[in-house]
Design a protein around this ligand. Structure first.
Ligand SMILES: [Zn+2]
Length: 171
């Protein structure tokens, strides 16, 4: 059997079908016997490239929360661009373990707006309140460097990276 591969990746027998792919009717150039096919290595490269691209993409950090009181005292949490949901559940962007007075899902949300280049603390839809500099948060509160955030029995200091002094390109 002499199998060949068309430009769309179909394998077919040239003995049966000649130089025309029976699946998509593309004409395949005849390969002289004994010469390695050029199609195979190019094809393999095309298949692995998108996966490499995905694993190499890093979401750039825009700021941090640092726990200064509570079970996670000393721990820092990365704040990313746009919405960061905070809670104890695994799917939360900022997952805080050990303090059961923090709601599992959406206790609060920290937002970095890459267009206006500022941070906000938003109340979550959970039952627990979030406090910004000791005031309960009912509507978006703009965050400044070293502002104090309290969730449950835990307290955090907010440290911005992006904003007036720095911004990632292409953000
Ligand atoms: Zn084909």
């Amino acid at each position: 059997m002499s199998l060949t591969r068309c430009a769309n990746g179909h394998m077919f027998s040239t003995r049966k079908h000649g130089n025309t792919c029976p699946y998509c009717n593309i004409t395949v150039e005849a390969t002289p016997k004994g010469e390695p096919r050029r199609q195979a290595p190019v094809d393999a490269e095309e298949k692995t490239m998108p996966y490499l691209g995905e694993t190499m993409s890093i979401h750039p950090v825009t700021g941090w929360l640092v726990c200064i009181e509570g079970p996670q005292m000393g721990q820092d949490y990365r704040v990313m661009s746009e919405k960061n949901f905070i809670g104890r559940a695994e799917e939360m962007h900022i997952r805080i373990l050990g303090d059961n007075t923090i709601s599992r899902r959406n206790h609060a949300v920290i937002v970095y707006d890459p267009k206006k280049r500022n941070f906000y603390l938003l109340p979550g839809d959970a039952s627990g309140l979030a406090y910004h500099n000791n005031e309960a948060v009912y509507s978006p509160a703009e965050l400044a460097a070293y502002d104090l955030i309290q969730l449950g029995h835990s307290k955090f200091i907010f440290i911005p990276l992006c904003g007036a002094h720095f911004e990632w390109e292409n953000n």
